[in-house]
Design a protein around this ligand. Structure first.
Ligand code: NAP
Length: 476
């Protein structure tokens, strides 16, 4: 067993007070790593170190900050296969997905390295002849980043890279389930020469360090995770005067209209619903189908669900790995039990799969459920798609919007006018036409409407809004 994983505080790898085990969800008897979990005192130190490092980092020329990000990207790229393998071992997504996600983090680092060469302000005409008037964007200060386990390197990358590029210091609390990926990502920054204290990484349980981190003197909190936790943290952070960005859950619809290419629609819906075992905030979970094509679409979707190979994420033949934890398995199984009680039928899958004692759930297609069933209303976060019939386009749009969430939505049709109409009618932050609801590009704004998000958008140039603030300067 390699050395236990440690937090990274003030430029040093620091031991913790408790030892946790990082377990492979495909084979829970396999301990991937041991973690020395931080306590509240170490979490506090991370914030103190970030505050101390902020003035010098803010004053470092932006292109020099970008150079460090570029070096971190190069190091991570060279290590992508090893990092991806460890990510797959601790989180459970397939090796191809895990290496792909690591390479996405590399690309995000390079994108924000490039952003450090972009204009950082604007000049304005002044009402006075003798005044030179300009406004520029400055870093907000120390940012607390709290991230989930489902994209353990891409989500941290799309928070940390812009935060650091724009001159903020960051204290990062990764999810408890994925400490090894967090350490790999942190090493890339440390080895790239990021000055001590600019990035602090606190490994451990939210129960031990969460309250301290949130009570600390930070200017901003960026959180991705569940609605339940996010809303609670939002109230605490706002009460302390911090700005807050939340990316929360989804209940993403895919609408299949009667004129759709059904082979394409079924394949894309299956990808959106089952890849990464459905553990994506943008995963497809409601498949709303015009009645005329309900049966042929269902047949095709069932064929995908039954045909996709479930198994060890490191086996190249595997398409769907396990869920990330026993809690996840229990949660998804609970929704499937509820679906049965509500009169639903599993056309494919319908329960766990016994493989090596891992937390596997079969790709599942449900039918016969009404809009009030919990599996149709709430975020399941597993490989489960519920088929819902629609009588018309208008009926389909109403069904798509009949949710408290508004993250992502897909429509399948050959009618361009209908597609564009749907893009207007649906209340979601991301709309896909003839593409799965999941899958994002890194240089465009990302976020949701309604209960899915709060605060300004992430990714692309939109990230600047959260991680900087305007300073307006009048020069006479
Ligand atoms: P979660 O339970 O809300 O946890 C998210 C993060 O918050 C973890 O790092 C967790 O740490 C931490 N946390 C929990 N309680 C805390 C507290 N009291 N104080 C400080 N930190 C605390 O969510 P998850 O299960 O990891 O992730 C799944 C959820 O994320 C789903 O709802 C999914 O939709 C959402 N998600 C949204 C997006 C998006 O962009 N909209 C993207 C991906 C995922 P511990 O692990 O130590 O508890």
């Amino acid at each position: 067993m390699p050395e236990p994983l440690r937090s990274y505080v003030a430029g040093e790898w620091r031991a913790g007070t408790a030892t946790l085990e990082d377990v492979n969800p495909a084979r829970p008897s396999e301990v991937v790593a041991e973690v020395q979990a931080a306590d509240a005192a170490l979490a506090e130190e991370a914030i103190t170190a970030a505050r101390a490092a902020f003035p010098a980092w803010r004053d470092t020329p932006a292109p020099a900050r970008g150079e460090i990000l570029r070096r971190a990207a190069d190091l991570l790229e060279a290590r992508a296969e090893d990092v991806g393998r460890d990510l797959a071992r601790e989180e459970g997504k397939t090796l191809a997905e895990a290496i792909g996600e690591t390479r996405r983090a590399v690309a995000i680092l390079r994108y924000y390295a490039g952003q450090t060469l972009e204009p950082d302000g604007e000049t304005y005409p002044s009402a006075s002849r003798s005044t030179f008037l300009y406004a520029r964007r400055e870093p907000v200060g120390v940012v607390l980043a709290i991230t989930p386990w489902n994209f353990p390197i891409a989500i941290p990358a799309w928070k940390l890279a812009p935060a650091l590029a724009y001159g903020n210091c960051v204290v990062w609390k990764p999810a408890e389930l994925v400490p090894l990926t967090a350490v790999h990502f942190t090493r890339a920054f440390a080895d790239a020469g990021l000055p001590a204290g600019v990035l602090g990484v606190v490994l451990g349980r939210s129960g031990d360090v969460g309250a301290t981190l949130l009570a600390g003197p930070v200017e901003a909190v960026t959180f991705t995770g569940s609605n339940e936790v996010g809303r609670r943290l939002q109230l605490e952070a706002i009460a302390r005067g911090a700005k807050v960005q939340l990316e929360l859950g989804g209940k993403n619809p895919a609408v299949v209209l009667a004129d759709a290419d059904l082979d394409l629609a079924a394949e894309q819906v299956a990808r959106g619903a089952f890849l990464s075992a459905g553990q994506k905030c943008t995963a497809t979970s409601r498949v709303i189908v015009e009645r005329a094509v309900l049966e042929p679409l269902a047949e095709r979707l069932v064929e995908h669900a039954r045909g996709w190979r479930l198994g060890d994420p490191l086996d190249p033949r595997t398409v769907v790995g396990p869920l990330a934890s026993p809690a996840q398995l229990e949660r998804v199984a609970g929704y499937l039990d509820g679906a049965r009680r509500d009169g639903g039928t599993a056309l494919a899958g319908g329960g766990p799969a016994a493989i090596d004692g891992g937390y596997y759930m079969q790709p599942t297609v449900l039918a016969g459920l009404g809009p009030e069933s919990a599996v149709v209303r709430e975020e399941v976060f597993g490989p489960v798609a519920a088929l819902l019939p629609a009588d018309s386009y208008a009926d389909a749009v109403d069904a798509a919007n009949d949710t408290p969430f508004g993250l992502s939505a897909a429509v399948f049709t050959r009618d361009l006018g209908r597609a564009l109409r749907f893009a207007k009618d649906v209340r979601a932050g991301v709309v896909k036409v003839n593409q799965e609801s999941a899958g994002l590009e890194l240089h465009v704004p990302f976020g949701g409407t309604k209960a899915s998000s709060s605060g300004s958008r992430e990714q692309g140039k939109a990230a600047r809004e959260f991680f900087t603030e305007w300073k307006t300067v009048y020069v006479d």
